[in-house]
Design a protein around this ligand. Sequence first.
Ligand code: PDD
Length: 285
Amino acid sequence: MSIVYLNGTFMPIEDAKISPLDRGFLFGDGIYEVIPSYDGKTVGLEPHMQRMFDGLAAIGIKSTRTLEEWKEIIQTLLAKNGNGNLGVYLQVSRGADVKRYHAYPENVEPTIFAMTTAIKAPVEADASKAKGFSVGTTQDMRWKRCQIKSTALLGNVMHFQEGYEGGNDEILLYNADNILTEASSSNAFIVKDGVVITPVLDNQILPGITRKLILDILEKDGSIPFEVRDITMEEVFNADEVWVTSSSKELAPVTTIDGKTVGNGSVGKVWEAAFKLYTAHKFEY
Ligand code: PDD
């Protein structure tokens, strides 16, 4: 039977339970390591642990175990699982909160989990016996598939936290070409000279349902013109109005960006007209 370590206790894997409110589950908000071991002897333990400490520091999770404590946990775990060819899997998440909210919670203990998994015995260093691998190639798309509403939200969470620490409710995001994409947990719109404009859907943007409903309602109503096109950050800063939209915030008017006033600094008239339409029609969807 596999013995695992969870939050200070060694136990059979069947007894290890983690809350569904754990941020590792909800947001992919955590760090992991896999350390190989052969007959109880680990390979690269200290560099693995250093990478884990670096990752934890990078995402602002306070380490609750020292290197010495981790070494003790790992050796005990290996012994309890019969040593052999074992990978030690370690995971630290930001912990189980009492609600789902992107910003890092205060006073939540990280969840600390470790288990072992069987790994292959090392192959012989003999070219006549070693099996060659075959590989394919593809463009690196990691963290670039924002159109998928994946729970791997660490990138979003870190951006939300960046905004939150700056005293903001949201943070607008732009790509390497200075083109507005969306916000950390919302879609974005601007208004210029009475025209509502929102970015084109592609792999950089979640196709928000609120965005979709707003565009459909505006199209059917016909009184407010709109465009779907690229928006430069310069246009964002010169916009008359900026909105962010999501299922939880509906259409939220933005009045300051990076401390600068949007338009004349008050909530805009186009927002009011569009939000009236949204409120009148949203239950038709
Ligand atoms: N967020 N873009 C991102 C990155 C989002 O996370 C969301 C929603 C949206 C708006 O999508 P919709 O209109 O379908 O809610 C856009 C939800 C509300 C969240 O993570 O809490």
